[in-house]
Design a protein around this ligand. Structure first.
Ligand code: SAM
Length: 239
C-alpha cells in the first residue's frame, strides 16, 4: 500500500430505527431532541450479545454511520452551513455537512439498555439525529475524560441553535387528543423538532407562505412559519 492509495470495504454492523422518516426536520445534531427513544439493531455476523458485552457500563455511545440517503449526490469541497444563513461557504471538513467524502456521520447518543428481541440484539437509545433505517458502521463507548473537552472552541457552532415558539391550531390539537394513546409524547416531539425551525436558511429571512410537512413515525405533520413562530395546522396518517 502506498500513501496515495488506501481502500477499505465498510459494511453496516447495525441499522438505526428512529421516528424520523424523512431527512427534512431531523435535528441537525444529536441531543437537540433528547427524550425520544430509538434503537440500534445489530445485523449478522455482528448480531451477537457478546459483541456488546460490557457496553451496558456506559451511559452514552458514539454511533458512526453512513449518510446513506445522500451518497448518490457525492461530496462538495465547500458547503453553506445553515448557521450562516446559507450565504457563506465553508470547507466541507470545517462543517458537519452530510455531503462529505465517504459520507460518514458521527453522533453521541444516550444508551438506555441492551435487549435481545426475537433473536436480534437491540440497543435502546435517545438523542439521535439519524434518519430511520440509517446504516451504522461502528459503535463505540463515549469516554467523558477524553471525548469531552472543557473550554473547547467551536467556531460558528459554539452555542446551540436558538429555538422558535411552536403552537398547535385547533384541528391539530384535536388530532393530538385522538392520537395520544398510540403515540405518547407526540406533542412534545413535534414541538421539539419544529422548535429547531428545519426550513432552509434562505427561507427564514423571507415572508414565507409555504405549507411545510415533516414525517414523524407514521404521521405527516403540516405547519406554517408565522410571524410569532411555527404553527402546526394538521396531523394525518402518512399515505
Ligand atoms: N451528528 C452527525 C455528524 O455530525 O456527523 C450528523 C450531523 S448532520 C448535519 C444531521 C443531519 O443529517 C440531519 O438533520 C438529517 O437531515 C441528516 N441525516 C440523518 N441521517 C441521514 C442519512 N441516513 N442519510 C442522509 N442524511 C441524513
Amino acid at each position: 500500500m502506498t500513501l496515495e492509495h488506501f481502500e477499505n470495504r465498510i459494511e453496516a454492523v447495525a441499522f438505526c430505527r428512529t421516528p424520523y422518516k424523512q431527512k427534512f426536520g431531523i435535528p441537525r445534531q444529536p441531543g437537540l431532541v433528547d427524550f425520544i427513544r430509538g434503537y440500534v439493531e445489530l445485523v449478522p455476523p455482528y448480531n451477537h450479545i457478546d459483541a456488546v458485552r460490557g457496553l451496558e457500563q456506559y451511559s452514552h455511545l458514539w454511533l458512526l454511520f453512513s449518510f446513506h440517503e445522500n451518497l448518490a449526490q457525492g461530496w462538495k469541497t465547500t458547503v453553506r452551513p445553515p448557521r450562516l444563513g446559507g450565504n457563506e461557504k465553508l470547507g466541507v471538513f470545517a462543517t458537519r455537512s452530510t455531503f462529505r467524502p465517504n459520507g460518514i456521520g458521527q453522533s453521541v447518543v444516550k444508551l438506555h439498555g441492551i435487549r435481545q428481541h426475537k433473536g436480534k440484539v437491540q440497543l435502546e437509545i435517545s438523542g439521535m439525529d439519524l434518519l430511520d433505517g440509517t446504516p451504522i458502521v461502528d459503535i463505540k463507548p463515549y469516554i467523558p475524560f477524553s471525548d469531552s473537552i472543557t473550554g473547547a472552541h467551536a467556531g460558528i457552532a459554539q452555542e446551540p441553535p436558538v429555538e422558535v415558539a411552536v403552537s398547535f391550531a385547533a384541528l391539530a390539537q384535536q388530532k393530538l387528543t385522538i392520537l395520544d394513546n398510540q403515540y405518547p409524547h407526540l406533542a412534545e416531539l413535534i414541538s421539539a423538532v419544529l422548535a429547531q425551525d428545519p426550513r432552509p436558511a434562505y427561507k427564514k429571512a423571507k415572508d414565507d407562505p409555504k405549507r411545510y410537512q415533516v414525517a414523524l413515525y407514521d404521521l405527516d405533520i403540516f405547519w406554517y412559519a408565522r410571524e410569532h413562530g411555527i404553527e402546526v395546522v394538521d396531523i394525518v396518517d402518512a399515505p
